[in-house]
Structures are given as C-alpha cells and as structure tokens.
Design a protein around this ligand. Sequence first.
Ligand code: IDP
Ligand code: MG
Length: 195
Amino acid sequence: MLLQRSILLPLLSPWRGHSTNKALMPRLSATLLGGPRSKSSLPDVKERTLVAVKPDGVQRRLVGQIICRFEQRGFKLVGLKMLQVSEELLSQHYCQLTQKPFYPSLVQYMTSGPVVVMVWEGHNVVQASRVMVGPTNPSAAQAGTVRGDFSLHVSRNVVHASDSLEGAEREIHLWFQGKELLKWDCWDQAITCEE
Ligand code: IDP
Ligand code: MG
C-alpha cells in the first residue's frame, strides 16, 4: 500500500491545484490505491458493442493496433476471446445475409482462421465504433478508420462492429456468456465522461 502511494501520488500531482480536478482526486486515488469507493459514485455507463477482428486481421497481426484504438478513445474492454468460428455461429451472426450471393465466400473467409471477439463499453460506443471501423466497403473508407487504414476490398475488411443497439445486444449474447463479461471500474472513467 505504501509502495503504491509513493509510486502513484507523484503521477497524480499534475491534478493538484486545479479546482475542477480536485473533486476527482478522492475518487481517483481511492480507486487507484485500492481504498474504499462507492459504486454509485461512478458514471452509469452501460452501452456495449461487439467488435471482432476477422481472420485476415488476426493473420496480419493487427489485433493489438485495433485494440489500441478503442482503448485510446476511452472505451472499456469488458470481454475478450479468440476462437475458431463455427458455420453454425456464423449463420446466426450473419442471419440477415445468408441469402446474399456472397454468403458462401463470407463463410469461407470467416472460418479460414481464428477471430478475436471483444465487447467494448462506453458512451455511445455502438455508433462511435461504426465510425472508427469505417464503411463496409474499404474503398469508401476514410484514412483514420480501421478499414480505411488496413484494408482495400469488401471481402477482406479486417473487422466487425455491431451496427445498432439491438444488433449489439443480440451479437453479444450470441458470442459471450454472461460470466465472460466483467464488471470493473476504470479509474479514469470520471475524467473521460461527464457524470
Ligand atoms: P458490416 O460488416 O459493415 O456491418 P454487412 O453489410 O453487415 O457490413 O456485411 C457483413 C460482412 O459481409 C462485411 O463486413 C463483409 O465482410 C461481407 N460483405 C458485405 N458485402 C459484401 C460483398 O458485396 N462482397 C463480399 N463480402 C461482402
Ligand atoms: Mg453488419
């Protein structure tokens, strides 16, 4: 505990003397230093979305860079796993696309290797993730988006993100069991989002 204090308090020193941030200090230090905290004192942020790095993204070792973008933005990772997708799971995930002419090649692509599936939580995370990922067809994706930076063809677009609140809820339940999603407090939650 003493060691934690000596390491962490100097790191927090830039906040000292700022009246707006002073109010945050007890909460930040209590959370950082493992002291008492009230769960209800943290913002009640519950929106969640499903993001997946597709097999081409895993093969190209882009997992870290994609996670980094969501962390940098301020979202909270609450679930993460790597798996080989079954055709059964995929057909449920893409249930609206099974009649599309490209569906067989989509199945081949998505089952060609492991995927990394994540659940991210935070303010407006569903819409923000779609913007961060970029449009379905990378040809239309702007630089700065995941698809705009790392892909060039619609059949190999590196990443998935849920397209709506309802879609996110459905997909999260499809890919994750409740016990695989962790409830935890991010120490900086109160400085990345207004209560
Ligand atoms: P989204 O991934 O941006 O939500 P959807 O329309 O839901 O786009 O399509 C799901 C996935 O199906 C796409 O990400 C892409 O991998 C694949 N896909 C969509 N349209 C085509 C196509 O015209 N040709 C090949 N693959 C496609
Ligand atoms: Mg979609």
